[in-house]
Design a protein around this ligand. Structure first.
Ligand code: PMP
Length: 308
């Protein structure tokens, strides 16, 4: 009887599909320099491709994986095509035909730092998206963390390294202790940065605003996607600019965006309720459209979908 990781019996490790319980390394591995990606595959529901599982923004995620590796002085010893094939094989080996989260991980080998381990675990997830989905509209009371987001001259938040998540974990633990659902970081200058595992967008005067990459944020694939589709397809203006804490408090709406959290509305920050209606109308509209894009319902954005 094998112990499945998040319900997945198999993963891909260093070139082969193996049982998850056999994906083990020495406790002496230098894990602090590890990097990873968080990618999602959604079941399409467009009339022409209904039921097909497709990876969203594969190319952008693999590009970021390579950039994160480069920051840490590692080379990814597989081509994009090989990584895609490995991902497909892992999903198929597990027999998954529903929404799948894919988390490639890379770290240097003990004693041979020029060589790396590459592991691809996958597991299924439940989306927060969808009209009348209670997971979407549940209340989320957030706080401004007393921990600042790591500055990029100390650890690079723009890269997806595990080390950055120590900072996130401290903020999350503080939020849990204080009975909040999550935390928003300020950067080392005191401007709004990001959440612990997602970027933040606020709605003010019918405009969507979000901090720049220089505000110590991860270069988020979802943020880039929304910055493209929100103005172009929904006609809602967007602005990438520094946001002061007080502006966030006085927003009409705010939501997190990321591969994991998709589009998740925030009810209040430091117990100050945002806007008059929750979830706000702009957040709802964006979430519904994003759900359509990832499910292949928007023909012109099907190029962002890679069938498994
Ligand atoms: N910021 C942090 C700290 C994250 O962990 C994530 C999730 N990867 C994001 C932002 C959102 O990035 P993406 O849209 O690429 O998932």
């Amino acid at each position: 009887m094998s112990v499945a990781f998040h319900g997945a019996e198999f993963c891909w490790m260093n070139g082969a599909i193996i049982e998850t319980e056999k994906a083990v390394v020495s406790a002496m591995e230098p894990v602090h320099l590890g990097i990873f990606e968080g990618i999602k595959a959604y079941v399409e529901n467009d009339v022409n491709s209904r039921g097909r599982l497709s990876i969203f923004q594969w190319k952008s995620h693999v590009d970021r994986l390579r950039r994160s590796a480069a920051v840490c002085g590692m080379k990814v010893p597989y081509t994009d095509e090989e990584l895609l094939e490995a991902t497909r094989r892992t999903i198929t080996a597990n027999g998954f035909d529903t929404n799948v989260y894919i988390q490639p991980r890379i770290w240097p080998r003990a004693g041979a730092p020029q060589e790396v381990h590459v592991v691809i675990p996958v597991w299924t997830f439940e989306t927060v998206l969808g009209k009348d989905n209670p997971r979407f509209s549940k209340n989320r009371r957030f706080m401004i963390s007393t921990w600042r987001r790591i500055a990029s001259d100390a650890l690079p938040p723009q890269a997806k390294t595990w080390a950055n998540y120590g900072n996130s974990a401290l903020a999350l633990r503080e939020a849990e202790r204080l009975g909040r659902d999550g935390a928003i970081f300020l950067d080392n200058r005191g401007f709004v940065s990001e959440g612990t595992g997602a970027c933040i967008m606020a709605v003010r005067n019918k405009k969507v605003i979000t901090p720049p990459v220089t505000a110590s944020i991860l270069e988020s694939v979802t943020r880039e996607t929304l910055l493209r589709i929100v103005p172009e397809d929904l006609g809602i203006p967007t602005d990438v600019r520094d946001i002061a804490r007080v502006e966030l408090y006085a927003s009409d709406e705010a939501f997190l965006c990321g591969t994991g959290g998709e589009v998740t509305p925030i009810t209040s920050i430091d117990d100050l309720p945002l806007g008059r209606e929750y979830p706000g109308p702009v957040t709802k509209r964006i979430a519904e459209y994003y759900a359509d894009v990832v499910a292949g319902n928007v023909e012109k954005h099907k190029e962002w979908l890679t069938p498994v």
